[in-house]
Design a protein around this ligand. Structure first.
Ligand code: GDP
Ligand code: MG
Length: 598
C-alpha cells in the first residue's frame, strides 16, 4: 500500500557541509523540477537565506522516487537550519520524520553542530544515514572521516555514501539508502486524526497556513477540525503539498507532510507544536508537543520614523507566527521613543529578524545593543528579571545579581588548544574538561557567561583558530556575578539606550573603549559634544567630539551642482540610520558600539 512506500527524512549537518546543495540534487534527481525551474538552493526560499547562504526556516517538499526495486516511493524532505541559534527549528523538523541524512564534510570532518544534531536525531528515534560529502575536494579525506563517524558518534559508517553534492556524485545511492533504511510511517489511517503542526505562516488571502505531518488518521477538505491546545474549531478549506510547486489534495493521510488552510484569521489560534484533530471524532490525547525555547538575548527595536510604530507591531506579529522563539513587548526609551523589547535565541536570529523587518515590511530600525537577562534581588526582598540594562535598580538597592552561564563545547584540532583556552579565560570562562575525540581532535569544555558569548566570541574563536574550531553551547543556569551598570552620557545627558551591564573588574577598560569607539562613530555636530561613561555618579571615562569648523561647512556650498547633489544624497542616506537624541545625531552603529570593541 501507499503508506509503506512513504519515507520522511531530514538532512542534518554542521553549517556549510552541504545540506542545501544536496537538497537541490535530490530535487533534480527526483525530477521535481525541470532544469529551468531549478534555482540554486531551491529550498532556501527567502532572499535573505540565499544571500547569506544559510538556511533559516525549515521547509518541506514531497517528491516521487522510482527506486531500483521498480516501486515509486513518496519522499517528504524536510530541510533544517544548521546554525546554533536555530536548534529549535531542527528539533521541530526532526519530530516530523523517521530518518535523517547526516552530512559530514569530507575535508572538515565532524564539527560541534554535527554532534549536536546527531543527539537531536537520536532523541527523536530517527534512523541516521551518514553521508560523506565534498569528496571532490582535493583535501578530502573520506576514509579518515568515516573512521571519525564510527569513533566519535558510534554509528556504523561502513556503508556510508561517499558523495559530492556539488558534482552530483552518489546521489542515487543516497536515495536508495533512504528507501532501504528509513522506516515507513506507522499509524492507522482510520484512527481519529492526529496532525502535528510543525510550522505555519500567514497568507493575506487564505489566512493562516499550517504545515502538518499526519501521525494518525486522515483529514479531508470540508472536515471540521479542532486545535487541541486552544479548543478552537474550523472547517478545512484547502489541503496540499509542495513539490515544491503547490499541489492541492482532497485528503492527507498517515505519513503525509503538507499544508492545511481553514480560514483561520487569528494567528494566535495556531500553535506550532499543537495537534490538529477531527472535531466530530477527536483523538483522546495530544501528540507530545515541542519544548518551548526561551529567548537568550534581548534588544530594543525602534522605528526611526516614530509614525511607523504600529507597522512595526504588525510586522512582529507576523514574524512571530512562524518563529515561535521570537518574543516582544512594548518598551519606551527616553532617547528613542516608542519601540519594542524583543527576545531572540541568539545574535544571528536577532540580525535576521531585524533585516526581515526592514526588507519585507519596509521599516527602518534602530536596534540597541543586545543584552542577556539578569536576575536581580533587591534589598526589599523582591526579585527582578532585567532584560534591559537601563532598567537595572540603583546600586544601593541591589542585594545580589545573577547572570546566565552556558556550557560551551568547542571542538578544535590539537594545534589550537592554546589559543582557544586563552580566549575563554579572557571571557571570564571556567575550564571544565578537555576530551580527545581522535588523535588530532579535541573537545574543550568551558563554563562561560552568556553575555560574553553573544558579543563577538564566535568571530574571535574563528579568527584565533584559522576557522577550524566550532562551537556549540547549552544554557546552564544563573550564577552570581559582580556586575555593575554603566551609563553613557552624550552632551551631559544620560542616554538610556546606551546603558550596559559590565563586570566590575572590566568596567574601567570597557568604559574607556566604549567612549573612544563612540567618538569615532558619532559624526561631528555644530557644537562640541562631550561623551562620558559613568558608574552611579562617578565618571570613569570621558572624551569629546569636536565641533564642526565653520570653514568646513562652507566648502559644502557653491562648487559644481552634481557634486553638491551627491553630497546631499549621501547625507540623506546617512540620515536614514540616524536618530536625534537630545540635540545630538546618533548613527545606528553607535548603539552597537559595545559589540565592536577590542
Ligand atoms: P549548508 O550550510 O549545509 O546548507 O551548505 P550549502 O549547501 O549551502 O554548501 C556550503 C558550501 O559548500 C557552498 O559553497 C557549496 O557550493 C559548497 N558545497 C556543497 N557541497 C559540495 C561538494 O560536494 N563539493 C564541494 N567542493 N563543495 C560543496
Ligand atoms: Mg543551507
Amino acid at each position: 500500500n501507499r503508506q509503506s512506500r512513504i519515507r520522511n527524512f531530514s538532512i542534518i549537518a554542521h553549517i556549510d557541509h552541504g545540506k542545501s546543495t544536496l537538497a537541490d540534487r535530490i530535487l533534480e534527481e527526483t525530477s521535481a523540477l525541470t532544469k529551468r525551474e531549478m534555482k540554486a538552493q531551491m529550498l532556501d526560499a527567502m532572499d535573505l537565506e540565499r544571500e547569506r547562504g544559510i538556511t533559516i526556516k525549515l521547509n518541506a517538499v514531497q517528491l516521487a522516487y522510482k527506486a531500483k526495486d521498480g516501486e515509486t516511493y513518496t519522499f517528504h524532505l524536510i530541510d533544517t537550519p544548521g546554525h546554533v541559534d536555530f536548534t529549535y527549528e531542527v528539533s521541530r523538523s526532526l519530530a516530523a520524520c523517521e530518518g535523517a541524512l547526516l552530512i559530514v564534510d569530507a575535508a572538515q570532518g565532524i564539527e560541534a553542530q554535527t554532534l549536536a544534531n546527531v543527539y537531536l536525531a537520536l532523541e527523536n528515534d530517527l534512523e541516521i544515514i551518514p553521508v560523506i560529502n565534498k569528496i571532490d575536494l582535493p583535501n578530502a579525506e573520506p576514509e579518515r572521516v568515516r573512521q571519525e563517524i564510527e569513533d566519535v558518534i558510534g554509528l556504523d559508517a561502513s556503508d556510508s555514501v561517499l558523495a559530492s553534492a556539488k558534482a552530483g556524485i552518489g546521489i542515487k545511492d543516497i536515495l536508495e539508502q533512504i528507501v532501504e533504511k528509513v522506516p515507513s510511517p506507522q499509524g492507522d489511517p482510520n484512527a481519529p486524526l492526529k496532525a502535528l503542526i510543525f510550522d505555519s505562516m500567514y497568507d493575506p488571502y487564505r489566512g493562516v497556513v499550517a504545515y502538518i505531518r499526519i501521525v494518525e488518521g486522515t483529514v479531508r477538505v470540508g472536515d471540521k477540525i479542532k486545535m487541541m491546545a486552544t479548543d478552537k474549531t474550523f472547517e478545512v478549506i484547502e489541503l496540499g503539498v509542495s513539490t515544491p510547486k503547490i499541489v492541492m489534495r482532497d485528503e492527507l493521510s498517515v505519513g503525509d507532510v503538507g499544508f492545511l488552510t481553514a480560514s483561520i484569521k487569528n494567528v494566535k489560534d495556531v500553535h506550532v507544536g499543537d495537534t490538529i484533530t477531527n472535531a466530530i471524532k477527536p483523538a483522546a490525547e495530544q501528540l507530545p508537543g515541542y519544548r518551548k525555547m526561551n529567548p537568550m538575548v534581548y534588544c530594543g527595536l525602534y522605528p526611526i520614523d516614530s509614525s511607523k510604530y504600529n507597522d512595526l507591531r504588525e510586522a512582529l506579529e507576523r514574524l512571530e507566527l512562524n518563529d515561535s522563539a521570537l518574543q516582544y513587548e512594548p518598551e519606551t526609551s527616553e532617547a528613542l521613543g516608542f519601540g519594542f523589547r524583543c527576545g531572540f535565541l541568539g545574535l544571528l536570529h536577532m540580525e535576521i529578524i531585524q533585516e526581515r523587518i526592514e526588507r519585507e515590511f519596509g521599516i527602518d530600525l534602530i536596534t540597541t545593543a543586545p543584552s542577556v537577562i539578569y536576575q536581580i534581588e533587591t534589598v526589599d526582598g523582591e526579585s527582578h528579571r532585567v532584560d534591559n540594562p537601563s532598567k537595572m535598580p540603583e546600586k544601593k538597592e541591589i542585594e545580589s545579581i545573577e547572570e546566565p552561564f552556558v556550557k560551551a563545547t568547542i571542538m578544535t584540532p590539537n594545534d589550537f588548544v592554546g589559543p582557544v583556552m586563552e580566549l575563554c579565560q579572557g571571557k571570564r570562562g571556567d575550564f571544565i574538561d578537555m576530551v580527545y575525540l581522535s588523535e588530532n581532535r579535541v573537545n574543550i569544555i568551558y563554563h562561560l557567561p552568556l553575555s560574553e558569548i553573544v558579543y563577538d566570541f564566535f568571530d574571535q574563536l574563528k579568527s584565533s583558530t584559522k576557522g577550524y574550531a566550532s562551537l556549540d553551547y547549552e544554557f546552564l543556569g544563573n550564577r552570581p556575578s559582580k556586575l555593575v551598570k554603566m551609563d553613557i552620557l552624550l552632551n551631559n545627558e544620560k542616554i538610556d539606550a546606551l546603558s550596559l551591564i559590565v563586570h566590575q573588574d572590566f568596567a574601567y577598560e570597557r568604559g574607556k573603549a566604549i567612549v573612544e569607539k563612540l567618538k569615532e562613530l558619532i559624526p561631528r555636530q555644530q557644537f562640541e559634544v562631550p561623551i562620558q561613561a559613568a558608574i552611579g555618579q562617578k565618571i570613569i571615562a570621558r572624551s569629546t567630539i569636536k565641533a564642526l569648523r565653520k570653514n568646513v561647512l562652507a566648502k559644502c556650498y557653491g562648487g559644481d551642482i552634481s557634486r553638491k547633489r551627491k553630497l546631499l544624497e549621501k547625507q540623506k542616506e546617512g540620515k536614514k540610520r540616524m536618530k536625534t537624541v537630545g540635540r545630538v545625531e546618533v548613527p545606528q552603529e553607535a548603539f552597537m558600539a559595545v559589540l565592536r570593541i577590542n
